[in-house]
Write a protein that binds this ligand. Structure first.
Ligand SMILES: Cc1cc2nc3c(=O)[nH]c(=O)nc-3n(C[C@H](O)[C@H](O)[C@H](O)COP(=O)(O)O)c2cc1C
Length: 203
């Protein structure tokens, strides 16, 4: 299996668990992950997962948290550190995903703002014609959210809302999370067996 180099953004939308599960899966499969987390993303980590390292201990915390998935390589980048290779089109990455993606970051990307490392890396994916998958989470959507998503979809960005299906009869919270994460990994061409596909196990 090809080892991939992927950017992963986690923002301040609800659903931090989706981002964590996705990083676990990429590292477990031996891929390289360039991870970026917004300030609001860290706030949601605190609210939803009780993750609350001091600012200067965030990288150590993450390396420790993901240590058991040692087949892959984890690089953590702060949002002001433009030394991240994903910020340049000359780095041959295999794509990028933002999971969960807030309406704020989605708007920044739709307007080409490149206001921080995460938005810049997404902008690079678009300009280089590489895979960019956004997993928005908000409800209800207002017209601005919908317009921004349509704008991005029209230029090839994959909009994959955090909307788990129920046809695979989920029994646990993990089943619901794995469904969304598995669908997102499919879009990045990352092999995974996180959910039961239609036609498998329904005979
Ligand atoms: C607990 C919590 C949950 C939130 N959930 C969402 C959400 O589901 N979707 C969203 O777009 N914003 C949500 N927000 C608001 C964003 O965090 C806020 O708009 C922030 O500016 C986004 O910044 P970022 O894009 O840099 O992460 C939430 C905030 C908090 C504290």
């Amino acid at each position: 299996m090809k080892k991939m180099k992927l950017g992963v953004g986690i923002t301040g939308a609800s659903g931090a668990k989706y981002g964590i599960r996705l990083v676990e899966e990429l590292l477990r499969a031996g891929h390289t992950v360039h991870l970026m987390i917004t300030e609001a993303g860290w706030q949601v980590f605190h609210d939803e997962l009780d993750f609350a390292p001091a600012v200067d201990e965030r990288e150590t915390f993450l390396q420790g948290y993901f240590k058991k998935y040692s087949a892959g390589e984890l690089h953590y980048w702060t949002l002001r550190d433009f030394n991240c290779p994903m910020a340049s089109g000359s780095y041959n990455s295999d794509g990028m995903i933002i999971i969960p993606c807030s309406m704020g970051t989605l708007s920044g990307i739709a307007h080409g703002a490149s206001g921080n490392l995460l938005e810049r890396c997404a902008d690079v994916m678009i300009k280089e014609g590489r895979k960019l998958v956004l997993v928005p989470r908000e409800t209800p959507f207002n017209a601005l959210h919908l317009e921004n998503m349509l704008k991005l979809s029209r230029i090839g960005v994959k909009i994959l809302p955090a909307m788990p299906g129920f046809y695979q009869r989920p029994q646990t919270l993990d089943d619901l999370v794995n469904f969304v994460v598995g669908k997102a990994l499919d879009q990045l061409d990352v092999e995974n067996h996180l959910f039961t596909r239609w036609g498998e196990g329904h005979e």
